[in-house]
Write a protein that binds this ligand. Structure first.
Ligand code: DC
Length: 231
């Protein structure tokens, strides 16, 4: 049997990382983990418990309640995808709401939140055979990942894609709101002190601006096969 490797996919918001990671995992029969969903899950908990008054994280309080947050992915037979559960409740729809999107970068910048989630992510990928997407997967979560992909695309193209996705999910928003939120998140994600989004020297860059999802998948599959064959 072919050895199963760890694949880290990082990049800016809405570059198509999750779509690519999901398709790649399906093709390879690997586990797919959307690490951004976990940061969104913690944000849902904080919003519900008034831990983001006026949009500012109550850092000390958030640290004390982290132990109460239990996040789990469970397979949904209807959608054939993994849904995120927060303390037993399916929050898959909630984590995509604009209110969550506009607050998540602030929560993802907190050291203790990152510490908790990175430990959980590492446990999920202990045995290889995993495709995980996020911002710090190749740099912090799995620095020894056999394959690291860094995905980019023009901001306007990314905003258009995310806008279409949200409209299809019947989330009320505008293109301008999506573009502004995306730029703000890019800025916060790449300038924060704790594990900022960086391109590691060993990562392979894929610009998806002019690529179809199928083309992206083929490129990623070729890189995977190349890596697996060399093991
Ligand atoms: O990929 P996404 O848009 O669902 O990510 C949501 C937020 O979480 C985004 O602001 C970046 C942050 N994030 C992070 O800091 N580290 C990760 N590994 C994944 C996401």
């Amino acid at each position: 049997m072919q050895k199963k490797i760890t694949i880290a996919i990082d990049g800016y918001s809405s570059c198509g990382k999750s779509t690519l990671a999901k398709a790649l995992a399906k093709e390879l029969e690997y586990i797919f983990i959307d690490s951004g969903a976990m940061y969104r899950g913690v944000t849902v908990y904080c919003l519900r418990n008034n831990l983001l008054p006026d949009g500012i994280p109550a850092v000390a309080e958030i640290e004390t309640i982290l132990g109460k947050i239990d996040l789990n992915f469970k397979f949904n037979p209807e959608t054939k995808q993994a849904d995120l559960y927060l303390n037993g409740e399916n929050i898959e729809k909630l984590i995509r709401l604009p209110e969550v999107a506009s607050n998540v970068s602030k929560i993802a910048a907190l050291k203790n939140v990152r510490h908790k989630l990175v430990l959980e992510q590492r446990k999920m990928g202990n045995n290889g055979g995993i495709v995980m997407d996020g911002r710090d997967i190749g740099s912090v979560v799995f620095p020894a990942a056999e394959l690291k992909l860094f995905i980019t695309a023009l901001p306007e193209i990314r905003a258009q894609r995310r806008y279409k996705e949200l409209i299809e999910k019947q989330v009320e928003t505008s293109y301008d709101e999506v573009l502004e939120n995306l730029r703000e998140r890019d800025y916060l994600d790449s300038t924060r002190t704790e594990s900022p989004l960086i391109q590691t020297p060993d990562a392979i860059v894929i610009d998806t601006s002019d690529l179809t999802t199928e083309e992206q998948l083929n490129i990623a599959l070729n890189y995977t096969l190349e890596k697996v064959q060399k093991l």
